[in-house]
Structure formats: structure tokens, C-alpha cells
Design a protein around this ligand. Structure first.
Ligand code: SAH
Ligand code: SF4
Ligand code: F3S
Length: 442
């Protein structure tokens, strides 16, 4: 039987979908790249904002037609919407056969078998701790960069956020398990390791001797692996970014010169209401330390605009902070109330129209800042990890790679450099990419 997985949401969902595909492949199913030719369609979902969730029900509506044409088709919904909505999914989308949560991906093959055996609809959205990681080692995908989840779930309960409800409490994988996965990735040609967690700064995985490892200690270990050329880690809640981690960023050249450090708001009053226990000042202090430890480090952020009770003055403080930091490519969203969260019960008098205007204004500042960083890259030398042929590649000699601060660089080379690091000089800055020329000696 053939299966197709469609993934919405964050990098952790991408990682989960890859593991689920590995597991189904090991169980004899064959992965296909479009829903139309599959017997099993699985949707890995995101519930972080209302529109992210609604997109999923629209998609299911479209797949209903496919099922009409092929009544034996199995449709499964997993991830954070599955976790938040549970049985409700069967009511809203009766064509769905299987509902599984972010922590029960590994049970999907068994659920499929039960459906095939005539057992009817299957649902399991429980939070068995870390069980899903014990199933299978990752199968090599031939990509030069690989995600490795180091913590699962989140217990921070920022007042706007649904993630602690959908993914369960925070737990860390053991250092040994992570290092084995890193080694397997490297053995299969991976050069960049991207460590994942909702707040990687809280990592507290057990060492062999039963002691807990900090994120910084883990970074030293991953950095010591021969073959690892670049390390990224996402996401860092600023409240837990400590001096030890900042020192590691300063000392380990393999760590990419970029950090995603979502500030959410520049108003201390709103940060307190969000249950983000830091202030604009303490955030700026950490930015200062990062820049002292790693001159030129690129810093990006997420922002929520129009949190309940945000005034024009609060919003101005966010814009001021954004201008002070000079962020690299960042994400910003209008606040979306999530059922069951504390913020959803807060008074929210501002109109959506005003919130959208604020978002537009902030995005102008953020885009100008990211664009000015791109412009400054013109003429500089950059190390890129070459990941593919360029999108426009008329003769097979155009390639693309990523800089440490996540810019795509297109360049020409006679040698196939896919999967390798290359030194390029940036020639041209375009709206969504850069062009460069290879520097001799690669
Ligand atoms: N764990 C990460 C965030 C994960 S969610 C952290 O703590 O930084 C990714 C982003 O979605 C958040 O940073 C936030 O900006 C946005 N987000 C989360 N809940 C939201 C909501 N209810 N409305 C709008 N944006 C939200
Ligand atoms: Fe959500 Fe806060 Fe946890 Fe991030 S740290 S996932 S924003 S609750
Ligand atoms: Fe979305 Fe769940 Fe990730 S809500 S952002 S897929 S943790």
C-alpha cells in the first residue's frame, strides 16, 4: 500500500513526519509524493493559530472527494490539531479513520492495521513519554542537513500558547540517544545538525552516569563529532538563555552565527501578561552578551501583535525594541485566541483592523532591517552549505546553498558541490535570494 504525508506547522512536526515515514516504510508501505496516488493519506497538523487549524479542515474537505473515488482509502489526522480536537475531528470530518497525537506517531502502523481489519475508527492522543523515539533509527534522506529533536513538549504555559496542551509536558531525550542519532546522520552524509525543541534552553537530558546535561554541554559534544560542520538549535525562550550557552556560542565555531530568540513583545507589561518572564531590558542585555561573544551574530525573532490589552504605547515599545536590536528575518503574527489558554479569557477590546495595521507597521520595520542585513552582505565572503541544484538550472551547473544566517545563495560551479560547504563571494542581493561566485580553493 502507498502512503502520503502532508505536514503543516513547525520543524518539530517536520521531524515527526519524517520518523513516521521511516516507520511506515519499514513496515512495508511505500511513500508517494501526492495524495492522489496514495491508499493512506496522513495529515500532520498545527494548532498554533486559528487559521492554521482551519486550513486543515479545508484540506480534509478536498480529500473527501478522493475517498469517494477510492472508498478503501484511509485518512489519518495527527499532530497538534488532532491533540487539541480529538474526537471532534470525526464529527467535523467524518471521512477521517485515524486520529493520533504528536506523541503517538509510532502507533500509526498498528492503527492502520486495525482499520484494515474492520476495526473501525481509531484514536490515541495520549502522551506516552518519549516512547516514539524508541521505535526506529532515522533512515538516511540524502539531505546535507538533519533535524534532531532533543526535547519534546513544553511546560512553560505562555498564556497565549496552545503547545503545552497539544504536545504535553517537557521531557528531554538522553544524551546517548541524541549522540547516536547525530552519528548516524553524519555517517549518512549529513553535515549540518539542527537541534530542536520548543525551548532547547531547558534541555536536561541524562548522561550515562545519571547526571543531567545542559544545552551547552550537549553543544560541546555535538561539536566534537567529526563530520558535523554546522550546528543550529531552535527555539530559545529568552528567559532560559544563560551565560553558559552564550559562552558555548562564542567558543564553538561550528555553531551557526545565527540565533532565533523570540521576544514576542517589547512591552514589559505585555510580556508579564504573556507569562514571558523577561523584560525588554533583560532581552537587550542578552543580545549584547551574544554580540560580544559572537560579533556579527544574526538574531531573529517571533512577534505577537495585538495581544489582549495591548495599547498603542505597548506596540510602540515593540517597534522601538525591534529597531534597537536590528533583527534578521523574523516572523510576526496577529494574536489568535486559543481555546483553553489563559489569554483567551482576557479582555481584548482592540479591533482586528487596528491589530492588522500594527502588524503591517511592525513588518515594515522588520523587513527593512532584514533587507539592510542582506545589503551589507554584498561583497562579503560567506560559507554556504550546498543543498541542491538551483531552482533555475539550465545546464546542471547552477547550485544553491545556505549562509549561516539562512540566506539562499545561487552560484555556478563546474564541480558538483551538493552536500559540501563552499566559500562564495556575494555578488548581488535580490529580494529573496543572493547570487555569489565560488572562491577558488574550495
Ligand atoms: N516555543 C517557541 C514558540 C513556538 S510557537 C518559543 O517559546 O519561542 C511559534 C510562534 O507562534 C511563537 O513564537 C509565537 O510568536 C506564535 N504564536 C504562538 N501562539 C500564538 C497565538 N495564540 N497567536 C499568535 N501567534 C502565536
Ligand atoms: Fe508556547 Fe511558550 Fe512553550 Fe514556546 S515556550 S511552546 S511559546 S508555551
Ligand atoms: Fe504548531 Fe504544534 Fe508546532 S501547534 S507550531 S505544530 S508544536
Amino acid at each position: 500500500m502507498k502512503f502520503y504525508i502532508h505536514t503543516w506547522g513547525c520543524q518539530m512536526n517536520v521531524y515527526d513526519s519524517e520518523r513516521l515515514a521511516d516507520l511506515l516504510t519499514a513496515n512495508g508501505y511505500e511513500e508517494v509524493s501526492e495524495a492522489e496516488s496514495a491508499d493512506i493519506i496522513l495529515l500532520n497538523t498545527c494548532a498554533v493559530r486559528e487559521n492554521a487549524k482551519e486550513k486543515i479542515y479545508h484540506q480534509l474537505g478536498r480529500w473527501k472527494e478522493l475517498k469517494k473515488a477510492n472508498p478503501r482509502m484511509i485518512i489519518g489526522v495527527g499532530g497538534c490539531v488532532a491533540s487539541a480536537d480529538g474526537e471532534e475531528i470525526f464529527r467535523r470530518a467524518p471521512e477521517v479513520d485515524i486520529v493520533f497525537g504528536p506523541q503517538t506517531m509510532h502507533l500509526v502502523p498498528g492503527m492502520i492495521e486495525k482499520v484494515l481489519a474492520g476495526g473501525g475508527r481509531q484514536i490515541d492522543i495520549s502522551f506516552p513519554e518519549l516512547e516514539k523515539f524508541n521505535i526506529l533509527p532515522p533512515i538516511a534522506r540524502g539531505a546535507p542537513s538533519a533535524y534532531v529533536t532533543i526535547t519534546e513538549g513544553c511546560s512553560n504555559f505562555c498564556t497565549y500558547c496552545i503547545v503545552p496542551f497539544t504536545r504535553g509536558p517537557v521531557v528531554s531525550r538522553t544524551v546517548r540517544e541524541i549522540m547516536e542519532e547525530v552519528q548516524r546522520d553524519v555517517d549518512s552524509g549529513v553535515r549540518e545538525i539542527h537541534l530542536l525543541g520548543q525551548n532547547v534552553n531547558e534541555f536536561a537530558g541524562l548522561n550515562e552516569d545519571g547526571s543531567e546535561s545542559s544545552l551547552a554541554e550537549l553543544l560541546y559534544k555535538v561539536s566534537a563529532v567529526e563530520g558535523v560542520g554546522r550546528i543550529r538549535f531552535t527555539t530559545s525562550n529568552p528567559k532560559d538563555l544563560n551565560d553558559e550557552t552564550i559562552a558555548a556560542i562564542g567558543e564553538l565555531p561550528k555553531i551557526a552565527s545565527h540565533i532565533h530568540l523570540p521576544v514576542q513583545s517589547g512591552s514589559d507589561r505585555i510580556l508579564a501578561l504573556m507569562n514571558r518572564p523577561y523584560t525588554a531590558e533583560s532581552y537587550l542585555e542578552k543580545v549584547g552578551k551574544l554580540r560580544a561573544a559572537r560579533p556579527g551574530i544574526s538574531i531573529s525573532s517571533d512577534f505577537i501583535v495585538g495581544f489582549p490589552g495591548e495599547t498603542d504605547d505597548d506596540f510602540e515599545e515593540t517597534v522601538t525594541l525591534a529597531d534597537q536590536v536590528g533583527f534578521d528575518q523574523s516572523f510576526s503574527f496577529v494574536y489568535s485566541p486559543r481555546p483553553g489558554t489563559r489569554a483567551a479569557a482576557m479582555k481584548d477590546p482592540e479591533t482586528l483592523e487596528n491589530k492588522k495595521e500594527r502588524l503591517y507597521c511592525l513588518q515594515k520595520h522588520l523587513t527593512a532591517s532584514a533587507d539592510s542585513i542582506s545589503l551589507l552582505m554584498k561583497g562579503t565572503e560567506q560559507v554556504i552549505l550546498v543543498d541542491a541544484h538551483a531552482k533555475k538550472d539550465p545546464d546542471g551547473h547552477s547550485y544553491q546553498g545556505r549562509t549561516e544566517n539562512n540566506r539562499i545563495v545561487n552560484f555556478r560551479s563546474d564541480k558538483d558541490l551538493i552536500g559540501e560547504f563552499a566559500r562564495v563571494r556575494i555578488d548581488e542581493v535580490l529580494p529573496h535570494s543572493l547570487t555569489g561566485s565560488i572562491i577558488e580553493g574550495n
